[in-house]
Design a protein around this ligand. Structure first.
Ligand code: AMP
Length: 113
């Protein structure tokens, strides 16, 4: 989608602090981190929110979960603990209408995101 911020990041039109990339998935550091580790994991294809995911996306969704686990290990927060969360739709406070998972950790977490 041409007017989607995260689609522009996915194709490199807007720079990001990447921590992982392959042909389907991108992970990059949140521009306004809520904790020492705050990474966003997105599918490169445009999906507006979790509410829009279909059966066809099952492998992609599994891939994102496994990537979150690996990145938590890479960040050294696997044992101390972390959150993986997504906002879907207006009542959730979702600001960017492109599916993304927040991987957050590195300190004791309160109410964030
Ligand atoms: P949400 O409220 O779940 O839609 O989260 C959107 C997230 O995107 C927020 O945590 C923002 O700080 C983050 N964000 C917005 N623009 C950028 C950007 N250009 N690069 C990295 N993170 C961004």
């Amino acid at each position: 989608m041409s007017d989607c911020l995260f689609c522009k990041i996915a194709v490199g039109d807007i720079p990001s602090n990447k921590v992982y990339e392959d042909d389907e998935v991108l992970a990059f550091r949140d521009i306004a981190p809520k904790a020492p580790t705050h990474i966003l994991i997105i599918p490169k294809k445009h999906i507006a929110a979790l509410a829009e995911v279909t059966e066809e996306d099952a492998c992609l969704m599994g891939k994102i979960q496994l990537l979150a686990k690996k990145l938590a290990e890479q960040e050294g927060i696997a044992e101390s603990g972390y959150r993986l969360l997504t906002n879907s739709g207006p009542d959730s406070g979702q600001e960017v209408a492109h599916l993304h998972y927040h991987l957050i950790g590195g300190e004791k977490l309160g109410d964030i995101c």
